[in-house]
Design a binder for this molecule. Structure first.
Ligand code: DI6
Ligand code: FE
Length: 400
């Protein structure tokens, strides 16, 4: 059964520069886009359902390709501390930071984690997000990581949003492994990842490569295990210092390397060669009041694909709006509105290994799109949050 959507303009994001179709028509069939093009070229045929989009701009459903949506508690108290001059690293060293969220997450039941995460996820969805990646990484032992990943799977099963789960067991050192980082990495590789992967809970594997987390050597052991298990990798790299983690990620054909404020031009070359997407996280940049910008010129010069994500997490980016991140990507990181939108659609899909089915409006792709009542696509990076009038279609069905 075909459905026609018309009286709209489309920013298809299929081939860069918004790929605009003025006065477009979209034909969906079941969950997929059957045809998209100028309305004047619409194939003659029988369209039992016709939807009038009232002149809206249609974009692909937004994709938030880096979030930590599932966690216990929150850290607004640390936010206050930091504003009184205590640094993120100092808070972490004193047992706060990620460790405090680990305590709260371990103490929470699966139902409690689900309920609090569902609220945050619904906030992202109200902003036109139809696909989201969510990481574990606040459990840091087998049972608690499993609990988080099960909640992540349940979010995808119970809410009308596509959810990708990433195992971030190598996020921080759990207290029971204090001063034994290599042993914890061994535990991840020998026990946690094989078990969680066997249970079908993991779509990708991530790690935090940083002086206050894990070294490139330790990350490489995690990557080797992921490779053996047939799982793609991603990496938190170059957020606070330069360890060339993004080059390491490129060597393992990582889907993405994320943060990247301190990356070098050589890292950019390596990422371009491997097709590893640069995921920029302006929420964390802003919230930590960082001053070192990711090297935009090097990324552009070498043709690295750039994505933008919320990094929604309780410590460094309590961001509940992906559109606000598009604005911050422009104002703080100097992206253009068009780069920012590509970063939350086609390039975000690539950062999740989903670019063949998601991220742009093209025949054959999944029919996830948003019809926005805006004047032009740049509006999506222009308004600072808020609730834009829109209709959201997921898998060919209107959900908003
Ligand atoms: N980088 C981040 O910005 C978050 N994790 C990471 O590896 C911070 C997570 C937190 O502070 O809870
Ligand atoms: Fe993160």
């Amino acid at each position: 059964m075909k459905t026609l959507w018309q009286n709209c303009h489309a920013a298809t994001m299929a081939r860069g520069v918004y790929s605009i179709i003025e006065d477009a028509a979209i034909v969906t069939q079941g969950e997929h886009i059957h045809w998209i093009g100028p309305r004047a070229e619409l194939p003659a045929g029988d369209y039992p359902t016709v939807n009038d989009l009232n002149g809206a701009w249609v974009t692909p459903g937004l994709i938030d390709c880096h979030t930590h949506t599932v966690f216990g508690g929150n850290r607004s108290g640390e936010f206050e501390q930091r504003l009184q001059g205590v640094s993120y690293a100092e808070i972490a060293a004193a047992g706060g930071g990620i460790a405090s969220t680990v305590r709260a997450t371990r103490a929470a039941s699966e139902d409690e984690l689900f309920a609090s995460a569902a609220k945050r996820l619904k906030s992202l969805m109200r902003d036109g997000v139809t696909t989201v990646e969510i990481k574990s990484g606040y459990g840091l032992d087998l049972a608690s990581e499993r609990k988080m990943l099960r909640v992540i799977r349940r979010l995808g099963a119970e809410l009308p949003v596509s959810v990708r789960s990433t195992c971030l067991a190598a996020h921080a050192l759990p207290p029971e492994y204090q001063d034994r980082a290599d042993d914890y990495i061994e535990h991840i590789c020998a026990e946690m990842l094989p078990a969680l992967a066997a249970e079908g809970l993991v779509d990708a594997v991530d790690a935090f490569c940083e002086y206050l987390a894990f070294s490139p050597e330790q990350v490489e052991r995690v990557f080797l295990t992921a490779q053996r298990l047939g799982l793609p990798v991603k990496l938190h790299a170059e957020q606070l210092s330069s360890l060339n983690g993004s080059s390491l990620a490129a060597r393992y054909q990582a889907l993405s390397a994320d943060h990247l404020e301190f990356m070098t031009e050589d890292d950019a070359k390596a990422m371009a060669a491997s097709g590893t997407v640069a995921v920029l996280l302006p929420g964390a940049f802003y919230f930590l009041r960082e001053t070192q910008l990711p090297p935009m010129d090097a990324l552009r010069k070498h043709g690295v694909k750039i994505a933008v994500a919320s990094d929604l997490n309780p410590g460094t980016s309590p961001a509940l709006s992906l559109r606000l991140m598009l604005n911050m990507a422009c104002t703080c990181l100097r992206l253009t509105p068009e780069e920012a939108l590509a970063g939350a659609t086609i390039h975000a899909a690539q950062a999740l290994g989903m670019a063949s089915t998601h991220g742009s409006l093209e025949a054959g792709k999944v029919a996830d799109f948003v019809a926005w009542h805006i004047e032009r696509p740049a509006d999506l990076a222009y308004w600072l949050g808020g609730d834009l009038e829109k209709r959201v279609v997921r898998h060919g069905v209107e959900i908003d």
